[in-house]
Design a protein around this ligand. Structure first.
Ligand SMILES: [Fe+2]
Length: 232
């Protein structure tokens, strides 16, 4: 049994959104995702997809992309990304009903993995695209959602946690944030995140061991679309 993570699949089986405009590492990226997953992951393993799954705006525009994810080996757990407009955070239960036994949507809940609880939410960090006030409001909302995920797991007796965020846990130049403090407070062992594309952004946030928590970036182009082993 092993735990893997990969972010930013940016699938577009129902949309005309060629990804290779973003560089040659995106050429046929879905074929490479499929090949790498089939090589690495077995049916006993769990794969967490760390957001930005599909370019589709509504659920009906994402069905082929979600089918592709469903067909990957192992159990699939998903985190919301900034592009995942098909997934209304308040309607996560509905998505979990529709995809029960096929995909798990992690939001205000948790996913059991052995003695660990996989917890998480989209997260947020200021990137200069909105006002500081707006960013602060989103960070607060996401922090609340992350705590709800931890609390759901704790209520069921879990004491070991792995955190998944779509956004990096800190903004550029920050050493700590609402999210790192929450991860530390609950004793999380790892924080996994995605969203950072292109060499210039790969080192935007924390990596490696910081205050007893291990941080890893798992964005698709950073990993060459090969899922990262999180727990062996
Ligand atoms: Fe993103």
């Amino acid at each position: 049994m092993a735990l893997y993570a990969l972010g930013d699949l940016h699938l577009s089986f129902q949309a005309d959104k060629p990804m290779d405009v973003f560089g040659k590492e995106w050429r046929n990226h879905e074929k490479r995702i499929e090949k790498n997953c089939n090589k690495l992951i077995t049916e006993n393993d769990t794969l967490v997809l760390v957001g930005d799954h599909s370019w589709g705006r509504k659920l009906e525009d994402c069905e082929a992309d979600l089918q592709f994810i469903e067909d990957l080996p192992g159990k699939k757990v998903m985190i919301r990304g900034n592009h995942d407009t098909f997934w209304d955070a308040k309607k996560t239960n509905k998505l979990n009903d529709i995809y029960r036994g096929r995909l798990f949507f992690l939001q205000n809940n948790y996913y059991p993995y052995g003695e660990y609880a996989l917890v998480g939410t989209k997260g947020y960090c200021y990137e200069g695209k909105d006002s500081r006030e707006h960013a602060d409001m989103l960070v607060e909302r996401e922090a609340k959602r992350l705590k709800a995920s931890f609390e759901a797991a704790r209520a069921d007796g879990y004491e070991k946690f792995i955190v998944f965020l779509h956004y990096p846990p800190t903004e550029l130049g920050e050493k700590r944030s609402r999210f790192t403090l929450i991860a530390e407070a609950y004793g999380a062992e790892q924080v996994i995140y995605a969203h950072c594309h292109g060499k210039a952004r790969f080192h935007d946030s924390l990596m490696g061991n910081v205050n007893g928590v291990k941080y890893s970036l798992v964005s698709g182009d950073y990993l060459g679309f090969k899922p990262q082993l999180i727990l062996g």
